[in-house]
Design a protein around this ligand. Structure first.
Ligand code: PLP
Ligand code: COI
Length: 363
């Protein structure tokens, strides 16, 4: 396990955030605003392959204005967390799954894939260096953001011949302000997120850029997140701006949209399917129509719905609004199935429950 310290040159930040200031920041970090002292960088060129792997001081990039990423958005990213363990140690959660998805995203964006082992080593290396930045509070974690972008200087439209891979880290608490017990969704009827054959299942910045107008509409309507419908029939629920979605029925079964290529294959989604089945629950990966969701919520056939993702963990959905829609789910608060699954997931991630599926990568 020392291989990463051999792969990565380490240059210590000469001016780290003082410990007292760091401790103060960790008290209430919010999401994505508190950054650590170091970052990983690895470069790729056709001549040299992947080279110059380094953990060094966090700093900006000096990029030519004609760098490919600025013009054609050839960029992908990942999101994962390092958790504090009861013995004071740290763990990653399924970093191999993020490595595989990052590879798939790279291939879709015609980028050179980073070897999966190098991805895993890079997040291990940064987490080891920044372990004091992992907040101890329940639900808090060190959010790791690996990303890669095209660095060739060229205005011709073609895959870049050069890339920079980078990992930064951010101490985070709850994604939603006030750790709200349930969120309200806005059904996007003007905008879709991804069409068949598009980039929906890749984690590329462009998907998020394309979602912002819909998300802004949601905020304008007093909702926390947008929910997208499929781009062909504008009928089936796909996912939220930054989360997958589950539905819970009064027979105790769960349902989540299938991975048809237009939604992000969430690692939280996949883990929850496994955990729900461990608990003896039935889980279907099948399409669910928005009209059916409204009818089922109103009849009581649907008892809960929740969003899930690395940032959101498990967040109950209390209400759904739209130009043509408006309904409350259950009593509008957290339901028992969402609470049980959230606890089961957090107990594994924080080392309080047995890791039966080999998901933890202890550092
Ligand atoms: N869907 C979208 C659009 C996302 O941005 C995310 C977050 O990464 C997810 C789903 C959930 O994926 P994961 O559970 O791997 O974090
Ligand atoms: C994540 O959960 O990692 C995401 O990318 C979602 C985003 C809303 C932060």
């Amino acid at each position: 396990t020392e291989s990463d310290t051999q792969t990565f040159l380490f240059e210590k930040n000469p001016n780290p955030v003082p410990a007292s200031e760091r401790e103060a920041l960790l008290q209430n970090p919010g999401f994505g605003r508190v950054f650590t002292d170091h970052m990983v960088t690895i470069r790729y060129s056709e001549e040299r392959g992947w080279h110059d792997a380094k953990v060094g001081p966090r700093k900006g990039f000096d990029l030519d204005p004609a760098t490919v990423v600025f013009h054609y958005a050839q960029e992908i990213f990942e999101g994962m967390k390092a958790y504090r363990l009861p013995d004071g140690g740290a763990t990653l959660f399924r970093p191999d799954a993020n490595a595989r998805r990052f590879r798939n995203s790279a291939l879709r964006l015609a980028m050179t894939p980073l070897p999966e082992e190098l991805f895993v080593e890079s997040v291990r290396a940064l987490t080891r260096v920044e372990r004091d930045w992992i907040p101890a509070a329940d639900g808090a974690a060190l959010y790791l953001r690996p990303f890669m972008f095209a660095t060739e200087v060229l205005l011709g439209v073609k895959p870049s011949a050069e890339y920079v891979y980078c990992v930064i880290a951010s101490s985070v608490g709850s994604y939603f302000k006030g750790g709200s017990p349930a969120v309200t969704l806005w059904v996007s009827e003007n905008y879709t997120r991804a069409a068949p054959g598009g980039t929906g299942e890749a984690k590329c910045g462009g998907n998020y850029a394309a979602s912002l107008a819909a998300q802004a509409e949601a905020i304008e309507q007093g909702c926390e997140q947008v929910v997208f419908l499929d781009a062909v029939e504008r009928r089936y629920i796909e996912e939220l701006g930054g989360m997958n979605v589950f539905f819970v029925f009064n027979d105790g079964s769960l349902q989540t949209p299938p991975l048809t290529g237009t939604i992000l294959p969430g690692i939280t989604r996949d883990s929850l399917i496994t955990l729900a089945r461990d608990l003896g629950l039935t889980v279907r990966e099948e399409p669910y129509a928005i009209d059916q969701w409204q009818a089922d919520a109103q009849s009581g056939r649907l008892t809960e719905a929740f969003a899930c993702g690395t940032a959101a963990v498990v967040t109950p959905i209390g209400k759904v609004k739209g130009r043509k829609y408006g309904f409350t789910i259950g009593d509008g608060g957290a339901g028992p199935v969402a609470s049980r699954l959230k606890a089961a997931l957090l107990d594994i991630q924080n080392g309080r429950a047995a890791d039966r599926h080999g998901w933890l990568d202890r550092l």
